[in-house]
Design a protein around this ligand. Structure first.
Ligand SMILES: [Mg+2]
Length: 303
């Protein structure tokens, strides 16, 4: 892997993880923010990461240990890492607790919603998957479905994960924004995400201010809201500092940690391992282990 691609991989993964930890305290309403004030820091005063990072780490671990993604083994790994205090969505939490009790994920992922969850939980963990596909020539769509459907089998959730992964791959292929976003939007298949992708495409041609993102995209956990919103944040801050992108996500609120995590993964893939990310990571829980894991993952990708 050349130095620039190596920096993009590390910048993307660590950028997303750092954003997740920094922004967890800005998610949701008074109750969620109040709870995070109580449990959001470790005893050493470091920012705790949330479900977004936990699942990205699980995927990296799965690949590092086995050189491939085995769906059932990954499901057990997701379940093993589950902690209620990481802020998993209620449906994902129910599925993961069920898997821990020995129930198969196929018997759980459509139990609450007949089509499965359309939350943003698939898109938020798709960056390492896009990288595995890009560097190891795995068919992207197959891999995205395998990793997503364990907890998020709704077509809109999978479509959103495909959207993010295609943008990451477009950037890794050397394209600068907005081209990869335009291309990825054209591949969207579901009606809900198509409508949001049209708004996103309009934003690329004639950008509207971040203060209108909530009204234009929505900022909730539904993947057709927060995922296009995150992509718009990444685009509107592609030439800005990483710290400015984080501040913008904090102001946007809603599902701030996931919006930030996806936006920062795209930003990091564009701009590489920026000094703001390196500095920010020092204040994140278990940062030494995480940085080493991301380095190992990046090296394994080109082996
Ligand atoms: Mg989260």
């Amino acid at each position: 892997m050349n130095e620039s691609k190596s920096s993009r991989v590390r910048g993307s993964l660590l950028g997303g993880i750092c954003a997740d930890a920094m922004l967890a305290g800005f998610e949701g309403g008074i109750l969620e923010r109040g709870l995070w004030k109580l449990i959001g820091k470790t005893s050493q005063g470091r920012h705790r990461y949330t479900d977004d990072t936990a699942m990205n780490l699980d995927i990296m671990d799965e690949y590092l240990e086995n050189g491939e993604i085995d769906q059932d083994r990954l499901a057990r790994r997701f379940a093993g890492s589950y902690r209620w205090s990481r802020g998993y969505g209620p449906d994902a939490g129910r599925i993961l607790k069920g898997i821990r009790r020995g129930v198969g994920w196929r018997d759980l992922n459509r139990k609450k919603f007949s089509d499965g969850s359309f939350g943003n939980g698939a898109a938020m963990r798709i960056t390492p998957v896009a990288m595995i596909s890009h560097f190891q020539n795995y068919p992207l769509e197959d891999l995205v479905v395998q990793v997503s459907e364990i907890t998020h089998c709704h077509p809109v959730a999978i479509d959103s994960a495909n959207l993010v992964s295609r943008i990451i791959i477009g950037i890794l292929n050397g394209h600068s924004l907005p081209e990869p976003i335009h291309c990825a939007c054209m591949s969207v298949e579901t009606d809900e995400l198509k409508s949001a992708a049209e708004v996103l495409a309009k934003h690329l041609d004639d950008p509207f201010p971040v203060s209108r993102f909530k009204e234009k995209f929505g900022v909730g956990v539904a993947s057709f809201q927060s995922v296009p919103c995150a992509i718009a944040v990444a685009y509107s801050h592609s030439d800005a500092r990483y710290s400015d992108l984080i501040s913008a996500c904090a102001r946007i609120g809603g599902d701030a940690d996931t919006i930030g995590s996806i936006a920062a993964s795209i930003w990091g893939c564009l701009n590489g391992l920026d000094s703001d990310i390196v500095t920010g990571m020092v204040s994140v829980e278990a940062h030494e282990i995480i940085v080493r894991k991301v380095q190992d993952f990046e090296m394994r990708l080109c082996s």
